[in-house]
Design a protein around this ligand. Structure first.
Ligand code: FES
Length: 322
C-alpha cells in the first residue's frame, strides 16, 4: 500500500524535483555539490517513470538500449558511495524512514529534506551541509524503490573506514591536486601526464593518461584488473566503451572534481549527450561528459555510472504527447 509520504513524493515530477534540488544546492557543502547533481543525473525520475508505466518494461529497456544496472531498487545502499554524505547513510536512512512513517506535514519537498538533514546532523554533531545531499538522495530512492524496499535494505555504509575518516577539506584538497610534472614542467607540452581518479574510495582506482588524450583512451591502458568481471560493459579499462565516436552513449561519466580541466563540450558531444538523455545543458564544461570526447588538461576525479542507454528522444516524445 502506498503511504501518504510516497503519495506526496509522487506529486512531484522531474521539474519539481529539479527545482527542489536547485534550492537545496545552495545549502549543500562544496564536497557534495557536484556529487549530488551527478547522482540525480544517474537516476533520472523521468526514465524511471517511463519504465514503470510501460506495459512491458523489459521490451522498453531493450528498445532504449539499456545496459547495466539502472534500477535504483537493486542498489539502495550502494548507488551513492561517491557522495561524501554516504558515510552518514545508516543514520540518514533511519531518519528518512521515520519521517516517512510519521509524515503528516505540508512543508515543501526541499524544506522536508533540510529538516530531516538537520536532525541527523544534530545527532551526528556534523554540519547540516554535509547531510543535505545524501538526504535528498534518500528521498528520491524512496520515490523510485518504494519505502518498503528501502526499509528492507541493510542500510550499511559501504566504504572502507580509512576513506570514511577523511574530512571534507582533505577530499577537496585531493581533488584539487594536479600532478607534479617535475622541474622544467613549464617547458613540457606534449609529454605531460595526468591522473584520472575513478573511485575516490579506492587508492587503486586511478590511471595515468597523456595531456589532451580523451578520458576513455587513457582508461584503455589500465589493465590492473579483469574489467569484464567487474562489469561486462567494460571491455577494456574501467570505462565502458563501444564506438569511441560519440555514437553509442556507453562511456558517460560524472565529473566530481576538475570539470574545468577538461576540454569544452564540442558540438557533436553536446548534441549526442542530449539525444542519449543524460543531460540537457548549454554549459561548456558540464558535470556529465562522454569519456570518449572529453580530453584532459589536468588531473580529474570522475564517477562511472553502472548503466547506459539511449532515451533522450523517447522521453521528449512522451512529454510532447502528454
Ligand atoms: S564510446 Fe560510444 S559514445 Fe563514447
Amino acid at each position: 500500500m502506498t503511504t501518504s509520504f510516497e503519495a506526496f513524493l509522487k506529486q512531484h515530477d522531474e521539474e519539481a524535483w529539479s527545482a527542489a534540488l536547485t534550492t537545496l544546492l545552495r545549502s549543500i557543502h562544496e564536497v557534495d555539490r557536484n556529487a549530488t547533481q551527478i547522482w540525480f543525473s544517474f537516476y533520472p525520475l523521468s526514465l524511471f517513470q517511463a519504465l514503470e508505466q510501460a506495459e512491458d518494461p523489459e521490451t522498453l529497456s531493450q528498445r532504449l538500449l539499456m545496459q547495466g544496472n539502472y534500477r535504483l531498487k537493486d542498489q539502495i545502499d550502494s548507488s551513492h558511495t561517491f557522495l561524501y554524505g554516504h558515510r552518514y547513510w545508516p543514520e540518514v536512512k533511519t531518519a528518512v524512514q521515520k519521517h516517512a512513517r510519521e509524515f503528516s506535514g505540508t512543508a515543501s519537498l526541499s524544506d522536508q529534506v533540510v529538516s530531516v538533514a538537520q536532525q541527523v546532523a544534530k545527532q551526528l554533531k556534523v554540519d547540516p551541509s554535509l547531510v543535505i545531499g545524501i538526504t535528498a538522495v534518500a528521498f528520491m530512492t524512496i520515490r523510485q524503490a518504494g519505502l518498503a524496499a528501502v526499509e528492507a535494505a541493510p542500510g550499511k555504509m559501504l566504504i572502507d573506514k580509512k576513506y570514511a575518516r577523511k574530512s571534507p577539506a582533505e577530499v577537496l584538497r585531493d581533488r584539487a591536486v594536479d600532478d607534479s610534472q617535475g622541474f622544467f614542467s613549464f617547458l613540457k607540452t606534449v609529454d605531460k601526464k595526468w591522473t584520472v581518479t575513478y573511485d575516490e574510495n579506492d587508492d587503486r582506482a586511478r590511471y595515468r593518461m597523456n595531456h589532451m588524450q580523451d578520458l576513455a583512451w587513457g582508461a584503455a591502458d589500465d589493465r590492473s584488473r579483469n574489467w569484464r568481471e567487474v562489469d561486462p560493459r567494460r571491455i577494456e579499462g574501467p570505462i565502458p566503451v563501444e564506438c569511441r565516436s560519440a555514437s553509442c552513449g556507453t562511456c558517460w561519466v560524472g565529473v566530481l572534481g576538475g570539470a574545468e580541466k577538461l576540454t569544452d563540450v564540442a558540438a557533436r558531444e553536446g548534441k549526442k549527450i542530449k539525444e542519449f538523455g543524460y543531460v540537457d545543458t548549454a554549459e561548456s564544461k558540464p558535470l556529465i561528459r562522454l569519456a570518449c570526447q572529453a580530453q584532459a588538461l589536468g588531473a580529474v576525479s570522475i564517477v562511472i555510472p553502472p548503466w547506459n542507454g539511449v532515451f533522450g528522444k523517447y522521453l521528449k516524445r512522451m512529454k510532447e504527447d502528454v
